[in-house]
Design a protein. Structure first.
Length: 309
């Protein structure tokens, strides 16, 4: 992402540029605050303002940036941690994470996040079951879909391409800043932990793995999304070995969300759907085709209730 820097002292230029580069972004313009400061003609995708809390110089340019809404602005103070080494390290980590979150803020200006999210969770036999489910879905459902699959991450891109070819939904691997928008399937196979932020965009933790025996973790992801979407979140447990997802069925149910499961007899491996069903939280059990039909019918029923004849 292209970042513009506004700083209150020239000495901040080099370390701040390095910080931006380490977060995976690029500095395209910079400005040191003076009484004659003007914004450069080049428009970045986001602004990073490093202004000390006790700065008493001309703030016209800062006020101008903070009161516009075309480009996201991140306001920081690199003098905050002082000279304590540990405090500096922690400040750098927090700032890098905030810089990574900016990607989602930029993407939200181009596309709107969906009001409802459905998690499609699978392990052994998952690609075939999800393929059948997606082909049975009508186009243009107003839901965001996150497909979390236990699989070698190196197969993620080819799996996304194959799913995108057989349905009216675009399918793409999870990336930094991806928006949970309607009509899109986000494929998650990463060994690195992925978090859904409060603004309904993805944050990929590059140096953090899933705290689970299962990778990626259905339980962790569902707990995260349930906290964000609450009753507007749905989880469908498809075929798979083990019991990943069972614990999060209870948590999602407590939040008012919906839990469905694939009919065990139709699964390549019935362990995951049976573990989910055993929690007592599953409200619908069916084949992938049946589950797709039920999801479409759910929308029709809601429309009928909101628009009675």
């Amino acid at each position: 992402m292209h970042i513009g820097l506004v700083i209150d002292h020239p000495q901040k230029q080099i370390p701040l540029t390095q910080l931006v580069l380490q977060a995976g972004h690029r500095v395209v313009c910079q400005c040191v605050l003076t009484t004659e400061s003007q914004l450069p003609n080049l428009q970045p995708q986001a602004w990073l303002l490093d202004i000390a809390s006790d700065y008493d110089g001309d703030s016209t340019l800062v006020d101008q940036l903070l009161h516009q809404d075309q480009v996201p602005v991140l306001l920081i103070d690199s003098s905050e941690p002082g000279f304590h080494r540990e405090a500096q390290i922690q400040w750098i980590k927090r700032t890098q994470q905030r810089l990574e979150q900016l990607v989602g803020d930029v993407e939200l200006q181009r596309q709107k996040a969906a009001n409802e999210c459905w998690i499609l969770a699978a392990s052994t036999g998952g690609p075939a079951a999800i393929n059948t489910f997606i082909q049975a879905l009508p186009e243009n459902l107003p839901y965001a879909f996150i497909y979390i699959q236990h699989i070698d991450p190196r197969q993620g891109e080819s799996l996304a391409r194959s799913l995108g070819k057989i349905s009216g939904y675009s399918c793409e691997p999870a990336e930094q800043g991806t928006v949970l928008s309607a009509g899109k399937i986000i494929l998650l196979t990463s060994r690195e932990r992925v978090e859904v932020l409060g603004n309904k965009t993805l944050l990929l933790h590059k140096n953090s793995t899933w705290n689970s025996h299962y990778i990626p973790s259905i339980n962790q992801l569902t707990a995260n999304i349930a906290h964000i979407y609450k009753q507007s979140c749905g989880l469908i447990i498809f075929t798979g070995m083990g019991d990943d997802g069972a614990a999060s069925c209870r948590l999602l149910s407590q939040q008012g969300g919906t839990v469905w499961a694939q009919l065990p007899e139709s699964a390549t491996s019935d362990s995951m759907p049976r573990a989910a069903i055993a929690t007592g939280c599953v409200s619908l059990i069916g084949t992938p085709e049946h589950l797709a039909e039920a999801l479409a019918a759910r929308l029709k029923n809601r429309f009928s209730k909101e628009n009675p004849a």
